[in-house]
Design a binder for this molecule. Structure first.
Ligand SMILES: [Zn+2]
Length: 183
């Protein structure tokens, strides 16, 4: 197949996906009640740990995977899946020193999500795409194991759209653009 034909097909698919996304009226990111997690605040210990990490990063110090993992327990709380909707993890608007992850994720996926959310807490605001940038941090430490996230995320999304295939397609497309494109 010629390169121009492949490009034409890809552009065609993208246009169809964009049209579907514009047409559907269902929520593309079913959310829970994350704004209510005020019971976890304030957390002075988390604030202190993150401030130290931010300072070290701003000086260009490298921080090991193990060091980041140790911080997980201090700044990330598991919350019931029923309160998280389709979110695996989230940094709430109400405080930037802690974050939450769903309590029903398999261990490997939970670790990937924890590292992703922790990266959000450490971001400087200079990132072009905060989601992609958090994913790059995950990929640097978990390498090929980061790929576990994709089939799990797709399978999970199916559970929110029974009998609504166009909503499912639109949801997957929107999330693909948000999380897997660097711009
Ligand atoms: Zn994120």
């Amino acid at each position: 197949m010629k390169l121009t034909t492949i490009l034409f097909i890809l552009v065609f698919i993208v246009i169809i996906l964009e049209i579907i996304t514009k047409k559907v009226t269902c929520p593309l990111r079913p959310s829970g009640d994350i704004t209510l997690f005020t019971e976890f605040l304030p957390n002075e210990e988390a604030k202190k740990i993150l401030t130290e990490l931010r300072n070290r990063r701003s000086k260009g110090e490298s921080i090991s995977k193990l060091e980041y993992k140790k911080v997980f327990e201090k700044v990330i709380y598991k919350v019931p899946a029923s309160r998280m909707g389709s979110w695996f993890g989230v940094v709430p608007q109400i405080g930037v020193d802690i974050c939450f992850i769903r309590d029903n994720l398999p261990t490997i996926v939970a670790n990937l999500v924890k590292r992703h959310e922790l990266e959000h807490l450490l971001q400087t605001g200079q990132e072009k795409n905060v989601e992609w940038s958090a994913n790059v941090a995950v990929i640097k430490e978990y390498h090929w194991r980061s790929l576990f996230m994709i089939p799990f995320a797709v399978k999970d999304r199916f559970s929110f759209y029974h009998g609504e295939p166009l909503c499912l397609v639109a949801s997957l497309w929107v999330n693909f653009k948000k999380y897997l494109l660097p711009f």
